[in-house]
Design a protein around this ligand. Sequence first.
Ligand code: KG4
Ligand code: ZN
Length: 331
Amino acid sequence: MTILALETSCDDTCAAVVTASGEILANVVSSQGVHDRFGGVVPEIASRHHLELVNAVVDDALARAGTDLGDVDAVAVTQGPGLVGALLVGVATAKGLAAARGLPLIPVDHLQGHVAANFLAPAPMEPPFLCLIASGGHTLLARVRDHRGYDVAGTTLDDAAGEAFDKGARLLGLGFPGGPALSRLAADGDPHAFAFPTAARVAGLDFSFAGLKTALLYKVRDLGEEEAARRAPDLAASYEHAIVEALMARVERALAADASPRLAIGGGVAANRRLRARAEGLGVEVHVPPPELCTDNAAMIASAARWADRVPYPRYLGLDAYATRPRRRAA
Ligand code: KG4
Ligand code: ZN
């Protein structure tokens, strides 16, 4: 069985070909890069670029896999959550490709895709495990019980962790996306120079990053332009430290309740060195997929599709995308 998958939930146009055993035959990601000068993703521009890129990206994935649509058994696509205009480009393309061959369509939840990145060859992690997904759009702590779904243990009450990195980076005069730049600057700073809040008062396993961003804003104002520039590495290191501690405090709480604690990490923030080091120090088995499978990609969507329900032709022709996740267990 071979699955062709599409992912267009944000600003990356992605297509992948994956086998039933989770072997990746092709994983193509075309990053638009056009949003950086706006300091964030512009939804309308993202949709238009997906439209321009999607056919070429699909062709490229099939060619790299050494296959064509005739050998594909099902088409999978991200149905949501994400930017609805961007999602619709993927959904419409997937419907067209599947319908042309009478193939089944497999709609996949984007976050279930991030979880399923851990199920891909050559080194899959088998459930059950705790999964932290931290990206520019999402912060989710999931108890993964089987291949089909997870229970939400915690989620963010306001900003996503990657968004906190990006907003902090902007306050420090760095470009977008700010996470990598802020992290590089932090390497020369003292993480204990400033005490930024980690939302310790938020009970349970939910996250909150809005107060942290405001604390950095006030600190930069208090210091004044010149001093803030001079102390930028310390500010970056302390801010990064606070985000990582906020994430890991919840992870530790969740793991403490597990009989056999194991952790997987995904999303763009998983690239963060401080976060990785902190996770490695937990004393439990930690799984971090390679970077290209942590950030948005279609191989993870194909991976999730292996266990998801197939919709036969032509029932999926009326299928819609969703911007926010329906309140139910992911399946
Ligand atoms: O998963 P991703 O590529 O895209 C989505 O948001 O879906 O995640 C991008 C986010 C951005 O907010 C970016 O600043 C953050 O991940 N990021 C990092 C690092 N690399 C990427 N944050 C902290 N440290 C990094 N090294
Ligand atoms: Zn994502």
